[in-house]
Design a protein around this ligand. Structure first.
Ligand code: ADP
Ligand code: MG
Length: 717
């Protein structure tokens, strides 16, 4: 009897009696998988985690081609014997080619690889290998050849197991630490044969399987590694086989159920006395407003205030393009909360932004009796303690700070509204945590980067969405140019002209993690060079993340006051910074930035009435992806289009990023690829939750979801 179970720790895999897997290998596999999943502790990786390590693609080796059957441009696997191998240098030694010639009974082929000299050792003469790739006929050599093919070397040891690797449809895996596709395939082969309906019990209700035409879990886990013969292999390769569909829907369904539970949790806990808006409050709001709200702002504010007046806590996402004026909307909501006797907190991702908001809000609220305070990590302890006490006593009405605000156990007297600005990733606010601490405030989240609506609905599935579509009047769209190094002198001349006309400019340098110090040096040296050599008659300032908050604040204040003409900065200015007189944004190494970041950076200009310019200076345009990104930037200033493009190019990676818990939200599902299944899952989740009392089989699944940290639920039901 095998000890197989899905929840068995992978470090015990040897108990499943898999050939060539002893305790040592089991440990190595657990370590490699933990590493891949970003989990710190290999002990906690399970057999199920391994089974969800899916093939990269599938290959049909049930009929290996013979060399005589190859045709021009055909993709095929062949099994051949290696005859001659060799490496040689090309391009004056910059590149090497390793090549081999090999035969089967029907002919001879050539295969070659760029820059992999070590392959010499991989292919001893006489070895039997499988090569997979696209075949082309080489006329002078009179044989078919293949460039950089995938390969597998068949060793003697494999003879016994050859049936696993050929003569069937086979999975191809991404190498996992030291585990090659071949080794993984052998392990999976033996593992999936041990899966049964009993040891991999169904997780979804029977009626869901019927309704959505899903295959049972145990079958899906088996087929996803070793495809059945009925389904076309393309379906597997495009992740739409029955096995894929079943597991993808389950992924989505779990998230949708979690979001449903989260909504219930929020609505169950009351939020205290209701908020009301009367004429007096309307008058206060009017007196604060420095300008007429746009139609979009007015609409969003109405939706927000309506939520605040309802007895269930608000959970709303405010989307609006960069510069659409989200801050003032949030501020007015805070005023409503404060006028109703509540405290409001505004949380932002960086201290610079916190300082900017604090400055603006204090100015706008100068005529009110409210006490507005900035609470950041850089305050001296004594000051911090005083502010903490004042907050707890309810003497401070509005507090502004970074996320630390609600995470470091700050106590509020009566917290009614939390606004989270420039939220890149979702879920960072764990309402559960707030509820545990006795608060259930209204929450307003504002996104830095617009998120395509289809996605927002899912990712923020338990949030209501307000959208500001218009920009404040008088804005002219920023003009964007893509330039290379040759244009630098002309760019500098252009900046000088702008500054002489009374405008200001940003010059931004990327910050690459591995060499943060060096980039810092670059920005510092560049600022110095620009001041001394290029722009001696102007005032050049420097802003980077390693400066003390007081210094940063000082630089920002001087830039805002027009005492600095040109601000050299790393990406610390990326989000939210608002200096309407700045009209030029020069981005160095623009190819290194993601689309969302570029859009944010460009959003720092074009905030006043004057024509503004964004210059993307590219140093390396070799990757098609970088070219595509920069092209999109030049073509459009519409943040929603850019977000859609970003998704297309890059996938939802950053957006979906792993959460604090480190656990990815989806194992199998891919938000963009599988979006057609999302709606299905949402619908089903709603249906199941509504009928939960008649569905005892749903309980274990819900219980399991509650215990998953990535969904951010309070674990007690
Ligand atoms: P974002 O939505 O990117 O956070 P901000 O709230 O920083 O945008 O607003 C951008 C700029 O537009 C600010 O200078 C703000 O004062 C100004 N602004 C916002 N709303 C209006 C409006 N209705 N009329 C004129 N200016 C506005
Ligand atoms: Mg903003």
């Amino acid at each position: 009897m095998s000890a197989f179970s899905l929840q068995m720790p992978l470090v015990h895999l040897h108990r499943c009696r898999i050939p060539r897997v002893g305790p040592q290998r089991a440990r190595a596999l657990a370590a490699a998988l933990a590493d891949f999943l970003g989990l710190a502790d290999p002990q906690r990786v399970t057999v199920e985690d391994l089974l969800l390590y899916l093939p990269l693609r599938y290959e049909d080796r049930s009929h290996l081609a013979r060399i005589a059957e190859l045709r021009e441009n055909m993709w095929a696997s062949i099994e051949v014997v290696v005859r001659v191998t060799g490496s040689y240098a090309v391009k004056g030694g910059q590149l090497t080619i390793f090549e081999l010639s090999a035969t089967d009974e029907t002919g001879q082929i050539r295969a070659f690889w760029w820059n992999r000299p070590w392959l010499e050792r991989t292919f001893p003469r006489g070895a039997r290998v499988i090569l997979y790739g696209q075949w082309r006929y080489n006329v002078p050599r009179r044989c078919f050849e293949v460039e950089n093919p995938d390969f597998e070397v068949l060793t003697d040891e494999d003879d016994v197991t050859a049936a696993i690797h050929t003569g069937r449809r086979v999975p191809i895996y991404r190498k996992l630490g030291p585990f090659t596709t071949r080794l993984l395939r052998a392990i999976f082969y033996h593992l999936v044969h041990q899966i049964t309906a009993e040891n991999a019990p169904e997780t979804l209700p029977e009626e869901t399987l019927h309704r959505l035409h899903l295959i049972p879990r145990h079958e899906a886990l088996r087929q996803i590694h070793f495809p059945d013969d009925e389904t076309p292999l393309e379906d597997y390769n495009e992740a739409r086989s029955p096995a894929h569909r079943r597991l993808i829907v389950e992924d989505f369904l779990r998230l949708q159920l979690a979001l449903g539970l989260r909504r219930e949790e929020r609505e169950r806990s009351p939020k205290g006395p209701r908020i009301r808006v009367d004429d007096r409050i309307r008058e206060v709001v009017r007196s604060i407003l420095p300008f007429r709200l746009t139609e979009g702002q007015r609409h969003a504010l109405r939706e927000i205030v309506r939520d605040m007046c309802s007895p269930r806590p608000m959970n709303r996402l405010l989307q609006g393009d960069v510069g659409s004026g989200k801050t003032i909307v949030a501020l007015l909501a805070m005023v409503v909360a404060v006028e109703n006797g509540y405290q409001a907190a505004l949380m932002v991702p960086t201290e610079i932004l916190a300082e900017q908001h604090a400055r603006n809000i204090k100015r706008l609220l100068a005529q009110t009796p409210y006490r507005v305070e900035l609470l950041t990590g850089s305050l001296r302890n004594a000051e911090k303690r005083q502010l903490h006490e004042a907050l707890a006593r309810g003497e401070i009405q509005i507090v502004i700070g970074t996320h630390a605000l609600i995470q470091e156990g700050v106590r509020f007297h009566n917290l009614g509204l939390v606004v989270i600005d420039e939220q890149h990733r979702f879920g960072v606010l764990q309402r559960a945590e707030l509820i545990r601490r006795g608060y259930n405030p209204d929450v307003l989240v504002m996104t830095a980067t617009p998120i395509p609506r289809s996605l927002a609905m899912t990712v923020y599935g338990d949030l209501d969405v307000s959208l500001i579509r218009d920009l404040p009047p008088g804005r002219t769209p920023v003009r964007t140019f893509l330039r290379t190094e040759e244009a630098r002198p002309a760019i500098y001349r252009f900046i000088a002209t702008q500054v002489r006309a009374g405008r200001q400019a940003y010059i931004v340098y990327p910050l690459v993690e591995e060499s943060e110090k060096m980039d810092l040096l670059n920005a510092t040296q560049m600022a110095d060079h620009l001041q001394r050599v290029v722009f001696p008659e102007f005032r050049v300032g420097l802003l980077h993340g390693k400066m003390r908050p007081a210094e940063k604040d000082d630089v920002m204040r001087r830039f805002l006051a027009g005492e600095i003409d040109i601000l050299v900065a790393t990406t610390v200015i990326e989000v939210g910074v608002d200096v309407p007189n700045a009209t030029v944004m020069l981005i160095e190494h623009a190819e290194r930035f993601g689309l969302a970041q570029l859009h944010q950076l460009r959003g720092r200009v074009g905030r006043g009435a004057a024509e503004s310019y964004c210059i993307l200076l590219a140093h390396d345009l070799t990757t098609p992806e970088a070219r595509e990104r920069l092209r999109v930037m030049v073509e459009t200033t519409d943040g929603f289009k850019i977000a859609e493009k970003d998704l297309e190019i890059r996938g939802p990676g950053e957006l979906m990023g792993t959460r604090q818990s480190g656990a990815p939200i989806f194992r199998i599902a891919h938000l963009v690829r599988d979006r057609h299944l999302l709606e299905l899952a949402r619908h089903e989740a709603r249906r199941l939750l509504a009928r939960r009392s008649q569905l005892p089989e749903l309980a274990p699944l819900l219980e399991h979801i509650r215990r998953q940290p990535q969904y951010g639920l309070t674990s007690i039901g």
